[in-house]
Design a binder for this molecule. Structure first.
Ligand code: CA
Length: 251
């Protein structure tokens, strides 16, 4: 069983007046979440908070008739339940109409991380001297790319770059990607909203985390500082989980 260290931080950035991102750190369940809400006024905030709270709650106590035993499926179910809840609340209250959110989640079970996601909030794995992006953004441009309607060099500059092809809360059903990731001791997982990745390149993220090895709190702050130094045009949220080998430890 791997024991984990973790930290998380969210920041409004330098331009926006409210923070529509939410994060959840639930070490008792080895569950870590980042959500990036969207919608007018306070709706984005409501959507991302509801996503984090509902995923955690449903993960702990799944609906009895459908409780999946497998950890990845349990996570999928929790995200599906959150989707429906956000969708229904958006229907009920006029001021919340059309709200939605991304979600990226990591559940660590035994020696595997189950990454569950919808939207363009990302998970990265840092292993030894490499950083790799685990999730593929559910964005319109990635759909275009998949269908050969545009080239890879156009992705970063396309005017529709921020349009999502999937989000939580916009329809009663959502397709959730669950990615099982075998872990090694020392692996670092980063979950983050696009407020980080739109301005800070992966190699800078990697170097920043490396420079603050030993303090995940400081690493989170340093990543937020990097994004704010690049203008802080969006809310920024980061969660870092480091996997430690506790197999022979005292527990
Ligand atoms: Ca964002």
């Amino acid at each position: 069983m791997l024991k984990n260290l973790y930290a998380g931080l969210s920041n409004v950035g330098k331009v926006r007046t409210s923070n529509e991102d939410s994060l959840g750190l639930f070490p008792d369940q080895n569950l870590f979440l980042v959500a990036d809400g969207m919608g007018g006024h306070a709706a984005g905030e409501v959507a991302s908070r509801l996503a984090v709270d509902t995923v955690q709650h449903t993960f702990v106590s799944p609906p009895e008739d459908t409780a999946p035993a497998q950890p990845g499926e349990r996570l999928r179910k929790a995200i599906e339940v959150a989707n429906l809840k956000i969708y229904e609340m958006g229907k009920k209250k006029a001021e919340l109409a059309g709200m939605g959110t991304t979600i990226v989640s990591a559940h660590l079970s035994e020696d595997t991380a189950y990454i569950g996601h919808v939207g363009d909030s990302r998970a990265y794995l840092i292993r030894l001297s490499e950083i790799s992006q685990i999730t593929k953004d559910h964005s319109l441009v990635n759909e275009y790319l998949k269908r050969g309607m545009m080239g890879p060099d156009e992705v970063d500059t396309h005017p529709l770059k921020h349009v999502l092809s999937r989000a939580l809360g916009t329809a009663p059903h959502v397709e959730v990607d669950i990615l099982p990731l075998p872990l090694q001791p020392g692996d670092i997982l980063l979950l983050c909203s696009d407020g980080l990745t739109n301005t800070v390149p992966a190699q800078t993220i990697f170097k920043t985390i490396q420079q603050h090895e030993g303090s995940l709190d400081k690493a989170c702050q340093a990543l937020i500082d990097e994004a704010n130094a690049k203008g802080g045009i969006d809310n920024i949220t980061v969660v870092i989980v480091q996997c430690l080998n506790n197999k022979r430890g005292p527990g």
